[in-house]
Design a protein around this ligand. Structure first.
Ligand code: HSE
Length: 292
């Protein structure tokens, strides 16, 4: 039996649509695997009632198949599905690391990233590495078609999860088909600023680089109160605010001394528009960890 904890993650960070991701130090999923003749799945925890246990429809079923590693798989969800916090990626990453260990497959962590992404494809309809890469490797990751680059960084973050459901499929449907050259220039500048900020663990540079005028404005329409929450967080000292992944969570970068008041402000701003929200004062964390 092998048990692995894998973290929630936040993809995109504004300027890095489908490329950037960070591991969060909370919440997380815990996955336990045991050898079996065929794969069976049991899900408990946050939002488990919405997660199919049929291996053909579950993110970890695809991972077990990709690794040719049938198992009884127990998933204890800490990351609510459809939250924008990499819920399916956390389960897929934990399962990939656990099954690789259980069956002694010998893949490196980096090699497990595309395996876990196959699991992601089951729920999002598309294989993205931007959540699974940080869920497996930890830190800040840059996932492109030519590979994954990891940067260790330490930035205080606040993620605020409103009681709204936005599916990744719906959020992808509103992504514009193209961008103007000015937007491309701005995005390159912001992405480079953010990456430099991660290298320096500088919350001001990271926050500045989170600005995005292409995908985020379209998706903001799906999140009741987004602009209000963003402005309130910036007023409370956030260095940057954007949608976490496909939403509806909102993520803020900040200095540690502002973290608590930003967290309270974001919850209050959602309450102003009659939306309940829970908040995590978090930071950039490590990747999937084998517990026993
Ligand atoms: N980069 C993806 C998106 C993350 O924003 O749609 C969710 O898989």
């Amino acid at each position: 039996m092998v048990t692995v904890r894998a973290p929630a993650t936040s993809a995109n960070l504004g300027s890095g649509f489908d490329v950037f991701g960070v591991a969060l130090d909370r919440p997380s999923d815990v996955v336990t695997v045991q050898r079996a003749e065929q794969t069976t799945i049991e899900v408990t925890g946050a939002g488990s009632q919405f997660i199919p246990e049929d291996p053909a429809d579950n993110t970890v079923g695809a991972v077990a198949e990709a690794l040719d590693a049938p198992a009884h798989i127990e998933i204890d969800k800490g990351v609510r599905p459809a939250s924008g916090l990499g819920s399916s990626a956390a389960s897929a990453a934990a399962a990939a690391v656990a099954l690789n260990r259980l069956y002694d497959r010998g893949y490196t962590r980096t090699e497990l990233v595309p395996v876990a992404a196959e699991g992601e494809a089951v729920v999002s309809g598309d294989a993205h590495d931007d959540n699974v890469a940080p869920a497996i490797l930890g830190g800040f990751t840059i996932a492109t078609d030519s590979g994954v680059t990891r940067v260790g960084a330490n930035i205080p973050l606040v993620t605020c999860l409103p009681d709204i459901v936005v599916s990744t499929r719906d959020a992808r449907a509103v992504v514009p088909d193209g961008a103007r050259i000015e937007q491309l220039v701005e995005t390159v500048g912001n992405a480079a600023t953010l990456t430099t900020g991660m290298h320096r663990s500088d919350p001001d540079l990271v926050g500045r680089g989170m600005t995005d005028s292409v995908v985020t404005p379209a998706r903001a329409e799906l999140i009741t109160g987004y602009e209000r929450v963003r402005e309130a967080a910036l007023e409370a000292g956030a260095t940057g605010v954007t949608i976490s992944g496909a939403g509806p969570s909102v993520i803020a970068a900040c200095h540690e001394h502002d973290q608590r008041s930003i967290a309270a402000t974001m919850v209050d701003a959602f309450a102003d528009v009659d939306v309940d929200a829970r908040v995590y004062q978090t930071g950039i964390g490590s990747g999937a960890k084998v517990l026993d």
